[in-house]
Design a protein around this ligand. Structure first.
Ligand code: SDX
Length: 470
């Protein structure tokens, strides 16, 4: 079982020297197992009084991790050392989840136990079904419902959310399987509720992705049997989203975990971060963009020019780490063709538009100079749409896929010896030595307006009024 104890704490003697205020300061260089180098500045402020500043943390490592490696220049992504292409070719989402969470590929016995544990957890606590009987308006966004219900799981499984690290780790295996399983049920039941459909319970004899499609699209009077290629395509999408090192939502999970908060609260915060259009929300925005191009009948030039003019972003393009093709996008663009053919027996117009848009953008100097390539979100939406998922469920699928990564990173924080709460510094740019002025002297100009207003509105409370009158 992988552990965080043996992460190397420093490289072989390489040092970085800073010249500050006429003095020299040496700092050790940490070298990762793939050769990445980081200057360990953990003693910078205590020794020099300086801090570093790096908006967006584009140059700052927040931790050392053993879960996922990305080489943005070469377009490489590995889960626990295994390339994403190999996992996509040979594995399933649940086997990948085991690898990411526990650090090794499961033996047959471990895989059987893990799958059974996930399956046993597929149902929600019956009391939770009341959430789907009017607790949320039909118009509620599924991501809002998902983050609420994931956090509410702690109300039904209090032994898993003690916020006592040792106790929460004792129940970790159960909590991990429960989350992996129930996130899928919550998602499907949200879709059913929003569409006025009866809730469909999971079945004991279906695999992870097939059970999700069953809960989404079966009816009480009619079983939905998805085509194998559709089930495989959904499983592949979840697998490809399983982890991605310190992205915005995973960093959020780690930050919440660093305060000692439980697993359910941490992943619920991760869902909220993922919802943003610059992050997981991009897959919805890509489909909306492709549909608009389809409706306009143009070739996407309008979107490309708007993106180049800085008015908008070409959604599904660009990445903080990948300055080359996102390996996940490559796998998805091939899978997209296959799924659409199975589902519709013809070419997917949105997929054709996406491929033409990619071609245009990638031959445009603006995108070439900035190393902007399709990312995971550019093609995932076309597959989800051809499977029959509504656009507002796309980021929910991203959250289901990312659950193994969030769980694994929570565990890495929780098991790290002497784990510190994440609390960055800042450079203050506000006013200095600002005087306190009594309220009566602040707005003498419109005093009479204020006094006539105060008879009509609440204005200040009794205490302020008293001081104001004084
Ligand atoms: C995900 O971090 C992860 O790992 C995330 C993720 C994961 O698996 O968790 O991979 C999932 O979030 C994928 C990204 C989904 N988001 C989008 O597709 C939204 C569109 N993309 C961008 O907004 C942008 O590319 C980001 C947010 C993804 C990355 O932005 P950065 O690294 O902060 O880059 P930047 O804003 O500094 O941009 C650098 C330049 C700028 O131009 P200049 O100011 O130099 O002239 O590139 C331009 C940007 O304007 N640019 C784009 C662009 N992305 C960057 N211009 C047009 N369209 C774009 N999509």
């Amino acid at each position: 079982m992988a552990d965080t104890k043996d992460i190397p704490s420093s490289g072989e003697g390489e040092i970085a020297t800073f010249q500050l205020g006429g003095k020299s300061y040496d700092f050790p260089v940490v070298i990762g197992t793939e050769g990445e180098k980081g200057i360990d500045i953990s003693s910078l402020r205590s020794r020099t009084g300086y801090i570093t500043l790096d908006e967006g943390f584009a140059n700052t490592g927040s931790c050392q991790s053993k879960i996922t490696y990305i080489d943005g220049e070469k377009g490489r992504l590995c889960y626990r050392g295994i390339p994403i292409e190999v996992m996509a070719e040979n594995s399933t989402f649940i086997e990948t989840a085991y690898l990411i969470i526990y650090g090794d590929l499961p033996t047959r016995r471990q895989m059987s136990d893990f799958s059974q544990k996930v399956l046993r957890n597929a149902n929600l606590h019956e009391a939770m079904l009341h959430f789907f009987e009017g607790a949320f308006p039909f118009t509620a966004h599924p991501m809002s419902i998902l983050s609420s219900l994931l956090n509410s799981l702690g109300c039904y499984y209090p032994n898993m959310v003690t916020n006592d690290r040792e106790k929460d780790l004792e129940s970790f295996d159960d909590a991990a399987a429960l989350l992996l399983s129930k996130v899928r049920t919550i998602a499907a039941m949200t879709y059913r509720m929003k569409n006025g459909l009866p809730l469909i319970y999971p079945k004991k004899d279906l695999g992870y992705s097939q059970n999700f499609l069953h809960m989404m699209f079966s009816e009480p009077y009619h079983e939905y049997y998805p085509h194998d290629d559709v089930t495989k395509a959904l499983d592949l999408i979840l697998l490809l989203h399983s982890d991605h090192e310190q992205n915005c939502s995973t960093s959020t999970v780690r930050m919440v975990a660093s305060s000692g908060a439980n697993l359910f609260a941490s992943v619920s915060a991760g869902v909220c971060a993922l919802w943003g259009p610059l992050h997981g929300g991009a897959n919805m925005a890509v489909i909306k963009m492709l549909e608009e191009i389809y409706r306009d009948g143009d070739d996407g030039t309008r979107f490309i020019e708007a993106a180049k003019g800085g008015k908008t972003r070409l959604m599904g393009f660009g990445h903080r780490i990948y300055k080359s093709y996102d390996p996940r996008a490559k796998i998805l663009s091939e899978a997209a063709d296959k799924v659409f053919h199975v589902m519709r027996k013809k070419k997917d117009p949105l997929l054709e538009i996406a491929k033409r848009l990619e071609e245009k953008a990638r031959s445009d100097p603006y995108f070439i100079e900035r190393n902007l390539y399709p990312n995971v979100d550019f093609y995932s939406g076309t597959i989800l749409k051809s499977i029959g998922l509504p656009t507002d469920m796309f980021t929910v699928l991203f959250a289901i896929g990312r659950m193994p990564g969030w769980i694994a990173h929570w565990r890495e924080v929780a098991t790290k010896p002497k784990s510190k709460i994440i609390r960055p510094r800042q450079i203050y740019q506000g006013e200095v030595n600002k005087p306190y002025i009594k309220v009566r002297n602040r707005d003498a100009g419109d005093l009479q307006d204020y006094e006539s207003d105060v008879s009509k509105s609440e204005g200040y409370g009794a205490a302020e009024n008293a001081s104001f009158k004084a």
